[in-house]
Design a protein around this ligand. Structure first.
Ligand SMILES: Cc1cc2nc3c(=O)[nH]c(=O)nc-3n(C[C@H](O)[C@H](O)[C@H](O)COP(=O)(O)OP(=O)(O)OC[C@H]3O[C@@H](n4cnc5c(N)ncnc54)[C@H](O)[C@@H]3O)c2cc1C
Ligand code: SF4
Length: 538
């Protein structure tokens, strides 16, 4: 069968993982083509769609498209076929530019010990390289994204150069928390962020209107359309509304072609000297497993039986309280500071580490404030100026913090294919089996104790801890990287052990979850893989 699309490098997915690598490969003169399930969206449409949405969840600006379906926070069981015992709660979207459209933009590096969890603490596994080897790529990724940060600040991850932009100013709320924590073991630090603090890369500086999730109306916040555009300017072609449905093997065991289906129902095949799969932590294993065939009976790239396994997140402990004095939340990006000095230590022999995010969004995540605040106060009988004053007082004192906890890799936490349910492209829906280890649960408990101490230092009252474990939106594991083809799916260059012209990019390749929000590490790994991908296309 003739291939409808041919390229040197065929990339599946235009999120930060695929787009950044694709831009660099196209700039090297290679012919790059992208297959992307989602459509191109206009920023103002996304903003308007969000404003008009009755239910405000991170995906509200990006309604589900039948041929590019994705999970929805408020109907999580519709797409994920949850097999328990815990629900997997993190989501993603399918549009050109991928999930960075609605990410928060926190861009922390891992700390060095994250790469050696097994050697140092006897837990989980080591990464196939250490921090020092990734450091130049972290630095490059910060330049590519455009990260605003304080280069002199010690965040536990040594730097060989400066951030490209000065830090986003921390909020009044951050300052009050920082002051209250002085002299305690909790050190508040400004968070590096993928948003402009000054006019940069032909995009404006952040104006602090707190709409980062689900959409930055002015693109002060980085999203991967930046690199989609760079790739296109260097000659790459993006085939949007085109879903890869199966990878086909040739007689040599390499990926010979990729079947796809367009939104209009037409089908075709695409081929590249090298195929790069960057469809994120659920869709990447889903496509590999859906490609089972002669020579790859358990799915493509799956001779190790690790495809789909070791699914992780940063299970989050969510807590909220009321401060004695106003801290004036609801201003600035949704989070501008965190407590980063608890992410490593000998305790990791026994329990998971965590980082604490200090939020600027009042009680909106846990309770739906300020609407819920207004409604609760109105129910007490308050009206008119009295109600107005009470709302102002209550909302000015709302504080929310949450901890992103490291999750242990566990082979039983996995994505498989549902035997019965299929989407409009004929692909089986993802089935998910998910649970938390005692190690991870001990980290969640320690996080709650830490939240109590932070609130106590602030003199906050009405302290609440969500009884549910929250998802962080961080989909990690499922195609792990390692040095041994028997226990890992890809090598340190993110190349499949089984099919040498196949590379897998994204947080699916992380052997452990660490505690840093994953996308800066995704970007650094993509940049690190570029030379190996380019060499394979010769
Ligand atoms: C609410 C929220 C907040 C977040 N905040 C942060 C944060 O502050 N910091 C941070 O580091 N991370 C954050 N994340 C996580 C971050 O958004 C993701 O880690 C990152 O965007 C993943 O990038 P990716 O390129 O691997 O995948 P994606 O961006 O999801 O891109 C994958 C692309 O592949 C396409 N695709 C999928 N299957 C197919 C197929 N079969 N054929 C063709 N195309 C396909 C999809 O349409 C999509 O465009 C957040 C996530 C959420 C949900
Ligand atoms: S605060 Fe507003 S301008 Fe700044 S990144 Fe968030 S949405 Fe964009």
């Amino acid at each position: 069968m003739a291939n409808d699309i041919t390229a040197d490098i065929l990339i599946i997915g235009t999120g930060i993982a695929g787009a950044m690598a694709g831009a660099k490969l196209a700039q090297k003169g290679l012919k790059v083509a992208f297959l992307e399930s989602g459509k191109r969206i206009e920023r103002y449409d996304a903003v308007e769609t969000f404003w008009n949405a009755k239910i405000k969840v991170p995906e509200s600006a990006y309604p589900n498209d039948p041929t590019a379906p994705h999970p929805l926070t408020h109907k999580i069981g519709e797409y994920y076929q949850q097999m328990g015992p815990e629900d997997f709660k993190s989501t993603y979207i399918k549009v050109v530019g991928g999930t960075t459209w609605h990410w928060l933009g926190t861009t922390l590096r891992n700390v060095p010990a994250d790469f050696k969890l097994n050697s140092l603490y006897g837990h989980a596994v080591d990464w196939p390289f250490d921090y020092d080897e990734l450091e130049p790529f972290y630095l490059a990724a910060e330049q590519e994204i455009g990260v605003a940060g304080d280069s002199s600040e010690d965040l536990g991850s040594p730097r060989s150069g400066d951030f490209p932009m000065p830090m986003i100013p921390i909020t009044y709320l951050d300052k009050q928390v920082g002051k209250a924590l002085e002299g305690t073991k909790y050190q508040l630090r400004a968070t590096p962020q993928g948003r402009n603090s000054v006019y940069h890369a032909e995009r404006p500086e952040c104006c602090g209107n707190a709409s980062c999730i689900p959409v930055c109306p002015i693109q002060a916040k980085y999203d991967a359309t930046v690199h989609v555009l760079q790739a296109e300017e260097a000659g790459a072609v993006v085939h949007d509304q085109t879903t890869a449905t199966k990878l086909n093997l040739g007689a040599d065991g390499q990926i010979a072609s990729v079947d796809f289906r367009r939104a209009d129902g037409s089908t075709g095949t695409a081929a590249g000297k090298v195929v790069v799969l960057a469809a994120h932590g659920i869709e990447t294993p889903r496509l590999l497993l859906n490609s089972a065939q002669e020579g790859a009976e358990n799915g493509v790239a799956n001779s190790s039986d690790q495809v789909g396994r070791n699914l992780m997140d940063h299970p989050s402990k969510l807590s909220w309280a009321e401060t004695a004095e106003p801290v004036w939340p609801f201003r600035g990006p949704l989070s501008t500071s965190g407590i980063e000095n608890l992410r490593d230590g000998d305790f990791r022999k026994d329990r998971a580490a965590f980082r604490i995010e200090i939020a600027n969004d009042g009680h909106s995540w846990p309770t739906g404030a300020p609407l819920s605040t207004a409604s609760d106060l109105a129910k007490t009988g308050l009206r008119g100026a009295d109600l107005d004053a009470a709302i102002k007082d209550a909302t000015s004192r709302q504080i929310r913090i949450s901890s992103l906890v490291e999750q242990s890799p566990d082979a039983e936490n996995r994505v498989t294919l549902d035997p019965d349910k299929r989407d409009a492209n004929g692909m089986p829906l993802p089935r998910i089996h998910f649970d938390y280890s005692d190690y991870t649960r001990a980290g969640l408990d320690a996080a709650q104790r830490a939240h109590d101490e932070v609130f106590a230092a602030l003199g906050a009252t009405n302290v609440n801890h969500s009884p549910d474990i929250q998802g962080a939106g961080h989909i990690i594991g499922t195609v792990r990287m390692g040095i041994d083809a028997k226990s890992a799916v890809v090598d340190a260059d993110l190349r499949s052990f089984d099919h040498r012209n196949l590379f897998l990019l994204g947080s699916g390749t992380f052997p452990t979850s660490a505690t840093a929000n994953p996308s800066l590490t995704i970007a650094a790994l993509s940049l690190r893989a570029v030379d190996a991908i380019a060499a394979s296309a010769k």
